[in-house]
Design a protein around this ligand. Structure first.
Ligand code: PRP
Length: 246
């Protein structure tokens, strides 16, 4: 082997060694960078019920309430089918974990129980009550804590269950409430979301949402007007005169 060939090979090998160091550094940097968080695409199917749904529903509820119903937005079968889908998604996401399902009283009651009954991961239940609406139809925006949790949420995987997100002020308050509680995670599941009504200053990420809801005064499936209608097994809309006269 000539001296010249040896010199070329040596230079080449030195370059290769330098390149390998460069690759190692690059790999280290890549590992250090965190995977970007996947943006969740929440499926929010909307559904308009038929006159037949309304007729059937009217026959099974107190006649004075039936008179006040304008329409059915989401009949029971549609809600249950959607809850099964949501529960499957939640069970998948919480594999190997236990959930602390925190219901926001009182509206959460039917949604929470009917969602949780389809879960295939373990869960515990707790409740919190805040208030902003009183007996009117518009949120005062002044959210107050009326009943605190019974359990310590520290280290737990919290799943907040909420019937309806309107302006988002209630959940913004709840998010703040949990922010210093050292929970393992905090996610939100809601039955209905009125996206059009969301307060512009509130940036809320809803993890699991049943249906997008039109801007109507809805009752049933946990939701009330002056404490009436909560246990209706569907989501209906009241005639205007039914809530304007109060
Ligand atoms: C309703 C609903 C949500 C809140 C949403 O509760 O159940 O908790 O309003 O409104 P926001 O997004 O504008 O804050 P409400 O205060 O009527 O109490 P309830 O659950 O006892 O019905």
């Amino acid at each position: 082997m000539s001296k010249q060939v040896v010199a070329v090979d040596k230079a080449f090998l030195e370059k290769l060694a330098g390149f390998s160091d460069f690759l190692k550094e690059g790999l280290k940097e890549l590992k250090a960078k965190k995977e970007p968080k996947k943006k969740r695409v929440t499926r929010k199917p909307s559904y308009k019920a038929s006159d037949e749904d309304l007729k059937q529903a009217r026959e099974t509820i107190p006649p004075q309430w039936a008179k006040s119903l304008k329409t059915i937005l989401f009949p029971q079968q549609k809600i249950e089918a959607r809850l099964k889908e949501m529960a499957a998604e939640i069970s998948h996401d919480y594999q190997g974990k236990e959930i602390l399902a925190v219901g926001l009283l009182t509206g959460c009651i039917m949604f929470q129980m009917n969602l949780l009954k389809y879960l295939t991961v373990p869960y515990k239940l707790d409740f919190i009550k805040v208030s902003s609406y009183g007996s009117g139809t518009q949120s005062s925006g002044n959210v107050r804590l009326k009943k605190d949790l019974s359990m310590d949420p520290m280290g737990k995987h919290i799943l907040i269950t909420e019937d309806l997100i309107d302006t988002g002020k209630t959940l913004a308050f709840i998010a703040k409430y949990f922010s210093d509680k050292k929970c393992a995670s905090v996610k939100i599941a809601c039955l209905l979301s009125k996206e059009a009504r969301r307060d512009q200053d509130i940036d809320l990420e809803v993890d699991y949402c049943g249906f997008e809801c039109p801007d109507e005064f809805v009752v049933g499936y946990g939701m009330d007007f002056a404490e009436h209608y909560r246990a209706l097994p569907f989501v209906g809309v009241l005639k205007e005169e039914a809530f304007m006269k109060k």
